[in-house]
Design a protein around this ligand. Structure first.
Ligand SMILES: [Ca+2]
Ligand SMILES: [Ca+2]
Length: 259
């Protein structure tokens, strides 16, 4: 009988735990100084979630103005080669960092996307009490085909259907190798009770008309959102931000670029 009761309560606890992790936003830890994702455990699920979150989207560029947060895209948690030709998905791939090879045994992982215009979307519950935000990440070209892509990094507050976007740093063209992005985020991002969205997205592809043969494969790694907490902490920390949430990933697929 005791075993039955124990199993029952275990099941209830597991259910409540899973319910608790169903939240759709990341929570910034006010006792830390950063939220950091190296994606090395992404085979077990995206940061903050063991399942594909509601924040993964798939978008035509012609709809971006009216529907900037897109619609769901597929995430493949299993190792996927850089040269895999499946388009319009996000996947668990190896990182080239330190000469890393395109192999399942490479423990340094990242999130790759093979689309004309990928967009990586992070949604945070709020920034109450936090200030001095700075964003850093690594963006690799894993396969460099003939298209050149320009990326824009931006943030917007709230779940509004027509959010006001603020650019972080400067847009940059990416056509091979590694871009290590590093920029401060404007003060308006700080100390807000609203949901805060950060997007890393491709805003143009050259030449237009990029097809499956010309688009590049990109990989995002080492997403680091640093900040000043409300009170001083003894030592800088680099622990994953806590809480429940998801990595929302957007893909925009320009309809005119479909290949
Ligand atoms: Ca990594
Ligand atoms: Ca290229």
């Amino acid at each position: 009988m005791k075993r039955v009761v124990a199993v029952f309560f275990f099941a209830i606890s597991l259910f409540l735990l899973l319910q608790g992790t169903a939240s759709a936003t990341l929570v910034l830890d006010t006792t830390k100084t950063e939220c950091f994702f190296d994606f090395n455990s992404v085979a077990g699920g995206l940061p903050g979630s063991s399942t594909v979150p509601t924040g993964m989207y798939f978008r035509n560029v012609t709809n971006l103005a009216s529907n900037p947060y897109g619609v769901n895209a597929t995430f493949v948690p299993n190792h996927t080669s850089w040269t895999d030709t499946t388009a319009y998905n996000f996947r668990n791939s190896a990182s080239p960092s330190g000469g890393g090879q395109d192999s399942a045994s490479n423990s340094n992982r990242l999130i790759a996307a093979r689309v004309s215009s990928p967009s990586f979307h992070f949604q945070f519950q709020d920034t109450i009490g936090l200030s001095g935000f700075r964003l850093r990440f690594d963006l690799w070209t894993l396969v460099n085909n003939s298209a050149t892509t320009t990326f824009t990094v931006r943030w917007a507050a709230g779940p509004s259907a027509t959010p006001t976007f603020h650019t972080i740093g400067s847009p940059f063209a990416h056509n091979g190798g590694l871009v290590q992005f590093d920029a401060e985020i404007g003060a308006a991002f700080a100390n807000s009770s609203q949901i805060m969205n950060i997007q890393i997205l491709a805003t143009s592809v050259s030449p237009t008309g990029a097809t499956a043969l010309t688009r590049d494969v990109f990989g995002l790694d080492n997403f680091r959102l640093s900040y000043t907490p409300p009170a001083a902490v003894p030592e800088p920390t680099s622990i994953l931000c806590v809480g429940f949430g998801v990595l929302g990933i957007l893909i925009r697929r320009p309809s005119r670029l479909r290949g």
